[in-house]
Design a protein around this ligand. Structure first.
Ligand code: NDP
Length: 289
């Protein structure tokens, strides 16, 4: 009753995925381009396939987790015919466009495709903090929901195979912007001799509190109406200008606050200074000519 699963790619993430399937009691076949990465998994109960074709033929569900899209193409193109009747769950980071193309190519091979996105680091796989998004045919997601759920909280987010990649990219955009903001702050406070470690202690609760305001931001964005009687774009722009000035005075870079100020300025120049600061969303959504 436990669906056999194959995991192709035993990098840091692939090994964590395979270990979760083994722990969940699924017959798990693994394969990696460079041999020698399966030892621990085999000790836990996984089967190491002799070659890629044998790995594919071992299971109806094939989880592919290699470095990037080019690696996937190089890997799967020569073995297309062995994929017939199977489903590929793509847990390699993909663009929405490549997901759609790969899904169409697999359909020609009589194979199914589920786009996937792992929002976790390898150590988190199989814990409640791990989130995964899937897109593509809902019936395929339902068929393999049980093994996929072993990796973390799994959600089907749409029939378009590229949608899960959009979710992944959107969440990562927010993550990188948050880290850049923290690093700017660390550079600034560092000019006063304060360590980044001490700073992190104050930044974590502050950022967590600020994060609870994201739904308010979302309300403005979804309404497309930025009318507000509290803190306006002009008000927030002066806060950004202050950050830029202090950064200059302390001799550090102004790229991070400077970029945000520019996004605000574009809206102010267009006459929207009295609106909510969330209006800078429009500067991002509609790039300049
Ligand atoms: P690693 O660098 O640890 O492993 C890369 C894997 O890809 C190795 O198994 C490598 O095989 C294989 N590979 C690379 N090129 C080829 C190729 N041309 N043909 C066949 N196999 C190839 O990466 P991760 O495991 O960390 O990441 C894998 C995917 O998971 C990536 O797309 C990544 O974006 C995604 N991901 C990773 C996260 C993380 O925190 N690590 C988080 C979320 C997503 P070999 O051993 O032979 O070199």
């Amino acid at each position: 009753e436990h669906t056999p699963v194959t995991v192709i790619g035993l990098g840091a993430m692939g090994r964590a995925l395979a270990a979760a399937f083994v722990a969940g009691g699924h017959p798990t076949t693994v394969w990696n381009r460079t041999p020698g990465k399966a030892k621990e998994l085999v000790a836990q109960g996984a089967l190491e396939a002799a070659d890629l074709t044998a790995a594919i033929e071992a299971s109806p569900l094939i989880v592919v987790c290699v470095f990037d899209e080019a690696a996937v193409r190089e890997l799967l193109t020569p073995v297309g015919s062995s994929l017939a009747g199977r489903t590929v769950a793509m847990l390699t980071t993909f663009t929405p466009k490549s997901a759609v193309e790969t899904s169409a190519w697999l359909a020609e091979q009589q194979a199914g495709y589920l786009g996937g996105a792992v929002m976790a680091v390898p150590d988190m796989i199989g814990t409640p903090g791990s989130q995964l998004f899937y897109s593509g045919p809902k019936d395929l997601f339902d068929t393999y929901h049980k093994p996929l759920e072993l990796l973390g909280v799994s959600r089907h987010v749409g029939e378009d195979p590229g949608t899960s990649a959009l979710y992944e990219t959107a969440l990562l955009s927010g993550m990188y912007a948050m880290f850049a903001g923290f690093q700017h702050g660390a550079a600034l406070i560092g000019t006063g001799g304060v360590s980044a470690t001490e700073f992190a202690g104050y930044a974590v609760p502050f950022v967590q509190a600020m994060a609870t305001m994201l739904p308010l931001d979302a309300e403005f964005i979804d309404k497309g109406d930025y009318t507000t009687d509290v803190q306006s774009l002009e008000f927030n722009r002066s806060a950004l200008e202050h950050i830029v000035h202090v950064s200059q005075d302390q001799g550090i870079g102004t790229d991070v606050p400077g970029l945000i100020m520019e996004l605000m300025d574009r809206q102010i120049r267009a006459g929207h200074g009295a609106d909510s600061a969330t209006r800078m969303f429009e500067s991002i959504k509609h790039p300049q000519g």
